[in-house]
Design a protein around this ligand. Sequence first.
Ligand code: ADP
Ligand code: ADP
Length: 229
Amino acid sequence: EHVLHLQGIRKCYGSGDLQTEILHGIDLRLQRGEFAALIGPSGSGKSTLLNLIGLLDRPSSGKLEIDGEDIARLDDAELTRLRGQRIGFVFQHHNLIPAFTAEENVAMPMLVARGRPDRDMFETAGRLLEQVGLGERKQYLANRLSGGQQQRVAIARALAMNPALVLADEPTGNLDTHSADEVFSLMREFNRHQATTFLIVTHDPRLAARCDRIIELIDGRIASDSQLS
Ligand code: ADP
Ligand code: ADP
């Protein structure tokens, strides 16, 4: 069962004589429950690829299926809905709303999806915050938490809609080693217990080595793809 299926994905920027192809035909499948690292030098196209998989941008050509849905058939509104329901994001800069509490930040994706607040979404947010070890701090404003704690809130938020796929772009890039390990271990726990699929961009070889699979992008092509366990 594939959560993600890319076939011959190309991405160009610009137009006419100034058009440059950044991704040159990417083939990639991720099965449900995989925990994969995406590595590669700066400029190799990792962010571009993540933006396509995250449905923030459309490929120039090729086939992209998320959770069995061929995105070529979806209009922009349907793409936005699919993104909200099936994909969770964790960024290097956690992008929390600083003046909202941890609980409100985690409830936000559910609020956006349902249109108005209900008790159930705050229960879910509270439970997720307990799972990331912040049950006692759910009423703290996001900007009163440490960097590592904020990234744990971001992970809880990414999981709020129980997504099929979580995309993490350098989720530990800003953290000290200890906090990075904690954040990474949390993602691993969600992966093991809920079979959530993760694709994690990282520059940290130590963390990549703790994934099940390492996909390496060089100059817009998959240069290697190795299964570690
Ligand atoms: P983006 O994902 O926005 O394209 P980059 O991949 O260029 O960002 O880099 C993200 C961050 O990682 C930057 O802060 C950059 O300085 C740092 N970085 C880039 N390449 C490396 C590397 N090989 N080793 C360690 N850090 C890196
Ligand atoms: P990485 O995340 O691996 O650092 P990126 O996907 O950010 O790589 O960038 C890949 C290449 O695409 C780079 O040469 C970058 O300059 C180029 N690029 C990224 N976004 C755009 C854009 N919006 N317009 C034009 N070129 C872009």
